[in-house]
Design a binder for this molecule. Structure first.
Ligand SMILES: Cc1cc2nc3c(=O)[nH]c(=O)nc-3n(C[C@H](O)[C@H](O)[C@H](O)COP(=O)(O)O)c2cc1C
Length: 193
């Protein structure tokens, strides 16, 4: 079998970060399926240090976006690389929603009492994004949303315990559009003899 015919590899290659969504909400069953795929990820010492916070309330999503926007604007000040400049322009638009109006945000949060939490939760997030794609659901990791944890008030509203941190803020939804594959660099491989 050619690598490209392997359905798992095809799923990996065709997943895209989706930034335009339909309003259709994911069902609870589908949401649970995606989270379930996440919990099968490998973890150091099999500690599975994650929890999941599901946010579907539009008012809350907007509130989180509005909190994060000015902080991100400040963080990007003075940067002149194209990616940062473009993103800063978008952030300055008061109507810009950091979550691209996706119907659901799932925060993968990890125990702070585990030195491998970031790795473990990222593995979990990767599984979730790929599982979603296999179900026809788009996703995007919204790294900037991690600044939410600077607000004790929002962390309390999200019921995130003090000993947990936000590792992977993930949005999901049925894609309105799917972007083309961005350039994926050829791997630099050192074959040791
Ligand atoms: C850690 C991480 C943080 C990211 N943060 C954002 C973000 O804040 N906003 C966004 O639109 N995309 C974000 N992305 C998505 C990347 O921009 C995207 O993965 C990259 O452009 C490659 O595109 P692809 O996922 O379609 O292959 C993030 C991805 C990762 C892994």
């Amino acid at each position: 079998m050619m690598a490209d015919e392997n359905p798992v590899i095809v799923n990996i290659r065709t997943r895209r970060s989706v930034r335009e969504y339909l309003d259709t909400q994911l069902s609870e069953e589908t949401t649970r399926k995606i989270i379930d795929a996440g919990r099968y990820a490998p973890t150091g010492l099999n500690l599975q240090p994650w929890r999941f916070v599901v946010v579907q309330n539009k008012v809350m999503l907007k509130k989180l976006s509005n909190y994060a926007r000015p902080i991100l604007e400040k963080n990007l000040e003075g940067r002149n690389d194209a990616g940062a400049v473009n993103f800063l322009k978008r952030l300055q638009d008061k109507n810009f929603n950091l979550f691209y109006n996706a119907p659901i945000l799932i925060l993968v949060i990890g125990s702070k009492n585990n030195v491998l939490t970031d790795y473990d939760c990222s593995m979990c997030a990767g599984n979730m994004m790929l599982a979603a794609h296999s179900l026809g659901i788009g996703s995007c990791w919204i790294g900037g949303a991690a600044v939410i944890q600077q607000s004790e008030e929002l962390m309390a509203e999200l019921k995130i315990p003090h000993n947990y941190k936000i590792v992977a803020p993930l949005i999901f939804g049925y894609p309105r559009t799917v972007p083309p594959t961005p350039e994926k660099r050829e791997p630099v491989i050192f074959w040791m003899q």
